[in-house]
Write a protein that binds this ligand. Sequence first.
Ligand SMILES: Nc1ncnc2c1ncn2[C@@H]1O[C@H](COP(=O)(O)OP(=O)(O)OP(=O)(O)O)[C@@H](O)[C@H]1O
Ligand SMILES: [Mg+2]
Length: 248
Amino acid sequence: MIKIKNLTKSFGDKKITRGLDLTINDNDFIAIIGRSGEGKSVLLKQMIGLIKPDSGQIIIDGQDVSKLDKKDLQEVYKKCGYVFQFAALLDSLDVFENVGITLLEENVPPKEVRPEVIKRLNSVGLSEDVLYKFPDELSGGMKKRVGLARTLMRSPKILIYDEPTTGLDPITVRLIHELIKKTHESLNATTIVISHDIEVFKYATKVAMLHEGKIIYTGPTENIWECDNPYIYQFIRGLDKGPITSKK
Ligand SMILES: Nc1ncnc2c1ncn2[C@@H]1O[C@H](COP(=O)(O)OP(=O)(O)OP(=O)(O)O)[C@@H](O)[C@H]1O
Ligand SMILES: [Mg+2]
């Protein structure tokens, strides 16, 4: 369903994505891992058309997203829900306005938007008590939930999360992962999670490793601890060196 071929992107003379290939099937729940600054967020932003690649293809449902104009990209946005790193809530808007923003901007009357917003808040484990709170009145975990509730307003078929658990305590990390899994199952969606947090391996069915601008490994998560790819071996154990038992 998502096929990325030979993707490249540089900022100035800094090469970030360097001939990246990745295939993600329908209903996959895939974790993309890689060190800070490797270009994970840049990859996701290219997938949803926020950043234009220099070359290569990103085919989603048979369409090359990298070649679409603004109008056609809107259609892709409807299929893809993107949950930003740091939740990206608008500080000057309350929870109701943040979650309901698309409908409110389309001039749907607030009294019709309200039940839709409450439904999504409930599905991410929040009650309507938070409806009129502003982002700075919410904890980090609540902000991530509100960010997800906003994405769910469009019932996307592809859900992309950028670092959904960064900065949260271990219990909230587990709750957020369970929520991502529940959402994956209930929407029958394809789920892509970018994460530093190896806890995600308990939930994702596949893992892909980004290294030096390419995906250097893809495989089922249940094999991950036996994986002898040196970069995976080091990454999941937090080592800066480790056995190089396989060639790249
Ligand atoms: N719009 C931009 N303009 C210029 N450089 C950028 C832009 N966006 C990202 N970069 C650079 O691209 C590189 C990769 O950034 P990216 O945010 O994708 O890293 P990441 O893998 O998501 O890291 P982290 O795990 O810390 O979130 C960084 O060096 C960053 O400075
Ligand atoms: Mg990032």
